[in-house]
Design a binder for this molecule. Structure first.
Ligand code: ATP
Ligand code: LTN
Length: 342
């Protein structure tokens, strides 16, 4: 029996990212992550995954989870990810993710997991905390390392999880003195470029699709009037001036970033345009640029609701993803001393 070897070097870099079907996707998900997915698909071999197993780390209604899994995949395509360019698939359809996750759990220390800020935040909000919530970042490391990923486009809330994935990769490679896993690089936009879009009702909290109060979120599937209402009632800072200052003007700075990314205007252009005009006019125009950004996504989303369309895309995606994943899993199993399946 031949020992599984390292994969041949690739010319194109490989990109992997995941989105949880844990709620209705928000403008934060779009500006922080999905928009970059659509750019990267033209310059890299991309895999975009609906990470349904991650969503199970907190309670989910089974019918809703099922529907949202399909909807997240539809949103991927509606936002401009071309299934011919990029591989779109569901995490639970490739069992190698869970298998590698277990193996990596056995090389991760519990202290590393307990100090993750997302774990501490989410655990504080749950009545009961599952061990899946604690080991969540290891499953994320498995997602990434399984594909010998070069780059991972995510929002800045995922920085700590990515550092852990890198630490795990380095630890395994050092132990076996062999490059079993590629050490992935983060691709995280700065705040002013969408890396952390904040909640419209509380600019100290990130916009999150599983937030209890939907008033602070703009969902990509919100009707235009709901978007206008949410932006109108967004909190602002003291004073009437519109300028970018994350520390002293967190609410207005967040609205400016959204405006800038949706319209293509720079932060300076926005500042000049609204000098002396107060928040009212600025918010009215902001609502319109957001509606203009989201409307085409909603139209494409509706077209993708035809039965079978997204299911076929996901089935093709699984067929492309699985063969890429298996060699890495088998090589690691071999190095750990697990008996080969004959
Ligand atoms: P949940 O609230 O269920 O944890 P979430 O809204 O944080 O979900 P994820 O599925 O965890 O969304 O994230 C998908 C991608 O969107 C990740 O790359 C994440 O970093 C990014 N992202 C999420 N929220 C924001 C935000 N407010 N600003 C920028 N990027 C974000
Ligand atoms: N934890 C991520 C979702 C996620 C992910 C991944 C992102 C799961 N696996 C792999 C990038 C690469 C989040 O956004 N909450």
């Amino acid at each position: 029996m031949q020992r599984p070897q390292s994969p041949a070097p690739r010319i194109m870099k490989r990109v992997f990212s995941g989105v949880q079907p844990s709620g209705s996707l928000t403008l934060g998900n779009y500006l922080g992550a999905l928009r970059n997915f659509t750019k990267l698909q033209h310059e890299a071999e991309c895999l975009f995954c609906v990470v349904d197993l991650h969503a199970l780390t907190v309670p989910q209604d089974p019918k809703e989870l099922y529907q949202r899994t399909l909807d997240v995949a539809r949103i991927f395509v509606a936002c401009g990810i071309d299934p011919k360019q990029a591989t779109i698939f569901v995490q639970s359809h490739v069992p190698a993710h869970s298998e590698l996750s277990w193996l990596l759990e056995c090389t991760t220390y519990d202290g590393e997991l307990r100090r993750m800020t997302q774990y501490k935040d989410k655990a504080a909000k749950q009545e009961v905390v599952t061990s899946g919530l604690l080991t969540y970042p290891v499953l994320m490391a498995a997602d990434i390392l399984l594909y010998q990923t070069d780059e991972v486009p995510v929002g800045d809330d995922q920085k700590q999880h990515l550092e852990l994935a890198r630490d795990i990769a380095v630890r395994v490679n050092n132990r076996f003195d062999e490059a079993i896993f590629k050490v992935p690089k983060p691709y995280i936009p700065p705040r002013a470029a969408g890396g952390r879009i904040m909640n419209l009702q509380d600019p100290m909290e990130k916009m999150s699709k599983s937030a209890e109060n939907p008033r602070g979120n703009i969902a990509l599937l919100d009707p235009p009037d709901a978007i206008r209402r949410k932006i109108k009632s967004a909190v602002t800072d003291s004073g009437r001036e519109i300028y970018y200052d994350e520390e002293n003007k967190p609410a207005v700075s967040n609205l400016m970033v959204i405006y800038s990314l949706c319209s293509g205007d720079s932060l300076e252009e926005i500042q000049d345009k609204y000098a002396g005009s107060g928040y009212g006019k600025f918010k009215e125009d902001l609502a319109e640029v957001v509606v203009e950004t989201i409307t085409p996504i909603q139209k494409r989303f509706a077209e993708l609701s035809e039965p079978g369309v997204i299911e076929d895309i996901l089935s093709d995606g699984r067929k492309k993803a699985e063969p890429l994943a298996i060699p890495t899993l088998e090589r690691f199993q071999d190095r750990l001393g697990l008996l080969a399946r004959s």
